[in-house]
Design a protein around this ligand. Structure first.
Ligand code: ADP
Ligand code: ASP
Ligand code: MG
Length: 458
């Protein structure tokens, strides 16, 4: 059995759905479980509809037109789609009357995108003569905590999936069991309310199914030729990474690469289920394969990513040098204010760290830290992360600083993760794309042969 996940751009319109249906059919013998995202930008359109409803107007034109037009072009009945659109309209009426949108109603609202797309695909496959059945994630056992908009799946999801998908996974060719077409991104909590797994969460839906049911592999189909050496919107020469490890991809996603959901590697890391990233627009491209370990010594640098909109905080102890307990106090303050730290560098009396600017209430934190330290807060910073083999870090850092100093770029902090796969540099946000471009051409351009080649530790 395999899991095939198709992202929003892969199912953006009727033509794309036809194409994807064809890809699914080619793998029919492998007993695929299919996971879909919402069509195109539907999730964004639903969030916009919520804003409009909060201002008193109910408008679902973009979502309604896209789904109805697609159903008509695919020649499938409209009743399922109409029923959901009606429920969506009722929800937005509630939002507009109350002028209130709680995180819980937001999750209910965005769930319509995935619920609509799986219905269209299942109806279309059946119309073509391929048996398929749409499944809302909760009907096959996806259960999460109640952390709306970024819920975590509960451990019982594993067992539920094994129970519900096992008979299909273990079934035999010709037994007539329909291909399950599952909603990505959504679940329900113990109280029965709809939750979401965070933006991009369909990747996690796919990997947990693959791990729970011990799939042969999980395929995530995107609109790029796999995991690329950097964001192709910053560097158009970015090229596919043929093999990466779960750890490398987890770091890549955590430090800003949109390509996979940050938590999506966890289930397959536990079971060793391979994850393949493929391009639905270019099915012959080999894509990337994600595995536990590299065979032999991998190239020194795997990829470069950037996370913008971070704040750099320098905290210098006002007490004596060498005082113990300083770092403990600092991290206690961050814990008290529920602020999570991304990158850290320390000296004996000071610590520099970065936090996500949007998610961090800094005023209260600052007041707290100021009781025992002087605090300097620098906004509009970016983290540029080099995913690499840190056993060769001296060579990598030397090459990075040589090229950046040539261009007079000032790096404000450096941190080498203990995870052995990343080196992070902090620069001004306005320089982040330049830093990525310079590093990319140094590591992946003609000059990079020394570092790209396998073997040798620095
Ligand atoms: P999905 O179709 O699964 O929703 P996304 O749109 O979330 O896919 O992610 C794919 C996009 O991520 C690509 O189109 C690309 O622009 C962007 N991206 C950013 N960094 C990378 C990277 N290192 N490798 C591949 N894609 C990346
Ligand atoms: N549709 C959701 C989003 O746009 C989830 C996903 O695509 O994975 O974030
Ligand atoms: Mg995505």
């Amino acid at each position: 059995m395999i899991v095939m996940k198709f992202g929003g751009s892969s199912v953006a319109n009727a033509e794309r759905i036809r194409h994807v249906a064809g890809i699914i059919e080619t793998f029919a013998d492998k007993r695929p479980v299919v996971v879909l995202s919402a069509m195109g930008d539907t999730t964004d359109h639903l969030l916009e509809a919520a804003d409009t409803a909060l201002a008193g107007t109910i408008s679902i034109d973009a979502v309604e037109t896209l789904h109805k037009q697609t159903a008509t072009e695919l020649g499938v009945p409209l009743s399922e789609i109409d029923a959901l659109l009606q429920e969506l309209r009722t929800l937005l009426t509630g939002v507009s009357m109350l002028r209130e949108l709680t995180p819980r109603s937001k999750d209910y609202l965005v769930s319509f995108g995935e619920r609509l797309s799986v219905r269209l695909m299942a109806l279309y496959l059946n119309a073509k003569g391929t048996r398929a059945a749409f499944r809302d994630a909760w009907d096959i056992g996806f259960i999460s905590d109640s952390n709306y908009t970024s819920a975590d799946l509960l451990p019982e999801t594993w067992e539920n999936l094994r129970k519900n998908l096992g008979p299909y996974a273990e079934g035999k060719k010709g037994d007539g069991l329909p291909i399950p077409i599952v909603t990505g991104f959504i679940a329900k909590d113990a109280k029965g309310f709809i939750t979401t797994l965070g933006r991009g969460g369909s990747d996690l839906t796919a990997t947990i199914i693959g791990a729970a049911v011990r799939a042969e592999e999980v395929q995530t189909w995107k609109d790029v030729d796999g995991i690329l050496t950097t964001d192709p919107r910053i560097v158009k020469e970015a090229r596919p990474v043929p093999v990466a490890t779960y750890d490398e991809v987890a770091e890549l996603a955590y430090f800003g690469a949109q390509v996979l959901h940050p938590r999506s590697m966890q289930p397959c890391l536990q079971t060793g289920t391979p994850v393949r990233v493929k391009n639905s627009y270019n099915i012959n491209a080999p894509g990337s394969i994600i595995v536990t370990n590299h065979e032999g010594t991998p190239p020194a640098v795997r990829a470069i990513t950037t996370k913008k909109n971070v704040t750099l905080i320098d905290i210098v102890s006002t007490r004596m040098l060498g005082q113990y307990g300083f770092l403990a106090k600092v991290f206690e303050s961050f814990a008290t204010h529920h602020i999570s730290v991304d990158v850290v560098a320390t000296s004996e009396v000071s610590v520099s760290l970065t936090v996500d600017s949007e998610k961090s209430p800094l005023a209260a934190l600052r007041a707290d830290l100021s009781k025992y330290a002087s605090v300097d807060v620098r906004k509009e910073r970016a983290i540029v992360t080099i995913i690499c083999d840190v056993r060769r870090s001296s060579k990598i850092i030397a090459a990075a600083f040589e090229v950046l100093s040539r261009e007079n770029i000032n790096i404000q902090m450096v941190s080498q993760g203990a995870s052995k796969v990343n080196i992070s540099l902090i620069c001004h946000s306005s320089e982040a794309n330049t830093v990525v471009t310079l590093l990319h051409s140094r590591f992946f351009g003609p000059e990079g042969e020394d570092l790209l080649s396998s073997g040798g530790t620095a």
